[in-house]
Design a protein around this ligand. Structure first.
Ligand SMILES: NC(=O)c1ccc[n+]([C@@H]2O[C@H](COP(=O)([O-])OP(=O)(O)OC[C@H]3O[C@@H](n4cnc5c(N)ncnc54)[C@H](O)[C@@H]3O)[C@@H](O)[C@H]2O)c1
Length: 448
């Protein structure tokens, strides 16, 4: 045995840890708090930081952001934390001082930061969607399963009462086997415009090179990318599908135990190589499961005045369809799942039926008396991750699940490059039958 390995085992056993135990068992034996590092601490990252640190067994050890104003705002909450601008420096320097990493950056940095951290054996809480490209989603799943890491994707509504209830009702067969799902959001995270031919002054507080990370170089333009608007831009986000779609797809995807789709068509405007379309109508065909008919059709609509009229979405008593949501259409009736914090509605023969959760509550599958308090209920998903790191629970949205959900979403985004064309997906090969579409499965990584 060489010197450094002997040293490592000596150090590990000082904490009562065997170096051969998988990650979660290691932490469990450590008998101390879980040390977290947070990459991206502005916007949603600040919420993630507050939610993760609200668990009594967490010690916030490091904060990282490429925007010093946002980093300082987070530092005020955790003045003892070590601070970094570059996540690579953080992960290399603090390898022995952190156990889990929370990645809350824009989508294009999820993969590179999480993969580097996973290779160092860290547990990961990564915001949704897992990444902006299919190959990275697959790579993230592969590494996490090879290393048996605790992972969770940041779709906190996954752990909300009404979503769990919808899943139980569907799997109980209340509306029969499902043949169609319609899901919609009128939000617009697309960009049909043009970019000005100029570069704005980069603010002193922002490291633009680090913000771009592995993505292709772009001129800095105020309010075009940092903050939030990167969602609309090719090479960075994934449009409305990648933003709202992930949340709204999640329950039907989970309830119907779906795998990735066999084919996809996106009806939208022609690609402009700048932004994602402002309006998409995406139709997927999935292989059947025990909760669906032989095949399952799934239609997603986003952008202004979505969804378009369809009889599947007509409600009893002339009621108005919720602004965002999903409708499961089954052999016996329909289930409407508003997004979010509203009880699902069952519709049979164009009449509402009583929804009775008591059966599931009695079996302990659902908590009693839901509070529908967004702040409080959101914590469940974060704390589930921490408890899984401490070997007390299992994550409900690990990368083995969320990488497939992300792949599904991204196939619809790629279909937007070929408006109105049906693309056939071979999940074993990880390739489209239409070779031209395979060019968009990965993102070339820039050295930075
Ligand atoms: N689960 C949810 O409900 C929810 C809600 C909003 C956003 N999100 C997700 O959270 C992520 C962030 O979204 P947002 O709206 O907060 O974006 P944002 O642009 O407002 O914030 C991103 C933060 O990351 C920082 N950052 C950017 N590149 C970085 C890098 N390389 N290293 C360190 N920090 C970096 C930015 O400076 C900023 O503080 C996205 O993946 C988004 O999809 C999830």
């Amino acid at each position: 045995m060489n010197q450094s390995r002997r040293e490592f085992i000596k150090k590990s056993s000082a904490f009562g840890v065997s170096s051969f135990l998988p990650f979660n068992k290691k932490i469990f034996k450590m008998n101390r708090k879980l040390r977290t590092a947070h990459i991206g601490v502005g916007g949603m990252g600040l919420n993630d930081l507050k939610a993760i640190s609200s668990h009594k067994n967490v010690e916030v050890t490091a904060l990282c952001d490429v925007d010093s104003k946002l980093l300082n705002q987070a530092l005020k909450l955790f003045p003892k934390a070590k601070i970094f601008r570059d996540y690579r420096v953080l992960l290399n320097n603090l390898d022995n001082e952190i156990d889990a990493v929370v990645v809350s950056t824009p989508d294009h940095t999820h993969g590179p930061a999480s993969i580097m951290a996973m290779k160092k054996g860290k547990a990961i809480y990564c915001q949704k969607p897992l990444t902006n490209n299919v190959l990275e989603a697959r790579e993230m799943n592969k590494i996490s399963s090879q290393k048996q890491l605790v992972t969770q994707m940041g779709i906190q509504v996954h752990s909300f009462y009404d979503y769990k209830l919808a899943k139980l009702l569907i799997q109980d067969g209340i509306v029969g086997k499902i043949h169609t799902v319609r899901a919609w959001s009128p939000k617009n995270w697309g960009f049909d415009g043009k970019l000005p031919k100029k570069e704005d002054d980069i603010p002193d507080n922002l490291d633009w090179n680090l913000w771009l990370g592995t993505s292709p170089y772009k001129n800095y333009l105020e309010n075009q990318y940092h903050q939030y608007n990167w969602r609309k831009m090719i090479g960075f986000g994934c449009g409305t599908l990648g933003d709202m779609g992930v949340h709204i797809f999640d329950t039907p995807y989970n309830a119907l135990a779906l795998d990735v789709p066999q084919s996809v068509i996106n009806i939208c405007r022609k690609p402009n190589e700048i932004g994602f379309p402002e309006k998409n109508k995406v139709s997927y065909m999935f292989p059947g499961t025990k909760f669906t008919t032989e095949k399952l059709k799934w239609i997603w609509e986003d952008g202004k005045s979505s969804p378009s009229h369809h009889n599947d979405l007509k409600l009893p008593n002339g009621d108005k369809i919720p602004q965002q949501g999903a409708m499961f259409v089954g052999e016996k009736g329909r289930l409407l799942l508003p997004h979010f914090m509203e009880i699902p509605k069952i519709i049979i023969d164009n009449k509402y039926e009583m929804v009775d959760p008591s059966k599931f509550e009695k079996k302990g599958l659902l908590e009693k008396n839901p509070t529908r308090d967004y702040e409080k209920d959101s914590l469940l998903h974060y704390h589930e991750f921490i408890d899984a790191c401490l070997d007390k629970k299992k994550c409900s949205a690990p990368f083995s699940y969320s990488s497939k959900l992300t792949e599904t979403i991204l196939l619809g985004v790629i279909a937007g490059r070929f408006p109105g064309e049906k693309l056939n997906w071979d999940k074993e090969k990880g390739q489209f039958r239409e070779k031209k579409a395979n060019l968009f499965l990965k993102q070339n990584r820039r050295l930075f």
